[in-house]
Design a protein around this ligand. Structure first.
Ligand SMILES: Cc1cc2nc3c(=O)[nH]c(=O)nc-3n(C[C@H](O)[C@H](O)[C@H](O)COP(=O)(O)OP(=O)(O)OC[C@H]3O[C@@H](n4cnc5c(N)ncnc54)[C@H](O)[C@@H]3O)c2cc1C
Length: 285
């Protein structure tokens, strides 16, 4: 049992890990997929680098700094978080980990496919969370758009409500073998009267469906939040001034909490969350 699991190895996640480790807590950092920081060609507005630094170097330096302090920083994709009696189980594609607190520091990348009418049917057939909305599609035909672990995890959640599930890769190669039905054709648009009734492919043919669940790339912070009943505001997770969400023991830091999307703010929030988690774990609150 760990004291804290941090999802994300960007400035927000790594800063939280440094403060937690130095507060004598057992902490694990999990990361997978690109950080926003890696995309930054050159950072010139962060303290201490007179000639600037590339985002990639700063990202790797952060990970190495944590590892040098004895923190496990592991590349493993998180696909789900479960809560049971204030204990959190973080499920990755490799194994499950348990902790008494969680920091969601996944950044705020949201991959939306370029499909006509996607926004029009949001809430009328288009969903971003199988466990939240699956119930509305009991015994109906549904599709999951995605091509990797996250899409298959969402499809598995839907098995509780329906047997008729198709994975639509939207022209991408399916990265994992699966028993689900798979259609790799590129999607042009969604259609239906009032609610979603079909997906139309670029070759002009249609697939009847009542629900389309978007699960591209890796699961993001808001995806986890929605499943857990954490309050969100659009693509951001709501927190208090200590970065705590509405669930005790779960914090959200960095780009995922919205506001100024900058490294300084991500570092500050990582530190702030860690200090509050230390109090929470020590029963000082
Ligand atoms: C082109 C560009 C230029 C920028 N320039 C600047 C600049 O000059 N100055 C500045 O201050 N800011 C700049 N930024 C913004 C800055 O990069 C971000 O504000 C900062 O990286 C946010 O940090 P974060 O820790 O919240 O998220 P990120 O750095 O995005 O890190 C997210 C982490 O979460 C992990 N992750 C996500 N999902 C999962 C999952 N399911 N399982 C496991 N791990 C997961 C990722 O692997 C990654 O480690 C720039 C951004 C871009 C895109």
């Amino acid at each position: 049992m760990l004291d804290a699991i941090i999802i994300g190895a960007g400035p927000a996640g790594i800063s939280a890990s440094l403060y937690l480790k130095r507060g004598n807590k057992d902490v694990l950092v999990l990361y997978h997929g690109e950080s926003q920081l890696e995309k930054a060609h050159k950072i010139d507005n962060f303290y201490g680098f007179p000639n600037g630094i590339s985002g990639k170097d700063l990202y790797n330096n952060g990970i190495n700094q944590a590892r040098n302090l004895g923190i496990d920083v592991i590349d493993s994709e998180v696909i789900d978080i479960k809560i049971d009696n204030n204990i959190f189980t973080v499920k990755t594609i490799d194994k499950d980990y348990q902790a008494r607190s969680i920091v969601i520091a996944t950044g705020n990348k949201k991959i939306k496919p370029n499909i006509q009418n996607l926004d029009k049917y949001e809430g009328l057939g288009v969903s971003y969370c199988a466990i939240c909305d699956g119930f509305f599609y009991r015994k109906k035909k549904v599709c999951v758009i995605g091509n990797d672990n996250y899409a298959l995890a969402e499809a598995n959640d839907l098995k509780n409500v329906t047997d008729d599930i198709t994975i639509l890769t939207n022209g991408l190669e399916l990265k994992k073998e699966t028993d689900f039905k798979v259609d790799t054709r590129k999607i042009k648009s969604l259609g239906g009267n009032e609610v979603l009734e079909y997906v139309e492919f670029e070759d002009g043919t249609r697939l009847e469906t009542r629900g389309v669940f978007i699960a591209l790339g890796v699961a993001g912070g808001v995806d986890f939040a929605k499943k857990l009943g954490i309050l969100v505001n659009g693509e951001n997770i709501k927190t208090d001034e200590n970065m705590k969400t509405n669930i005790d023991g779960i914090y959200a830091t960095g780009n995922i909490s919205g506001g100024l999307l900058q490294i300084n703010k991500a570092c500050y929030e990582g530190a702030k969350a860690a200090i509050d988690i230390i109090k929470y774990l020590n029963n000082d609150k």
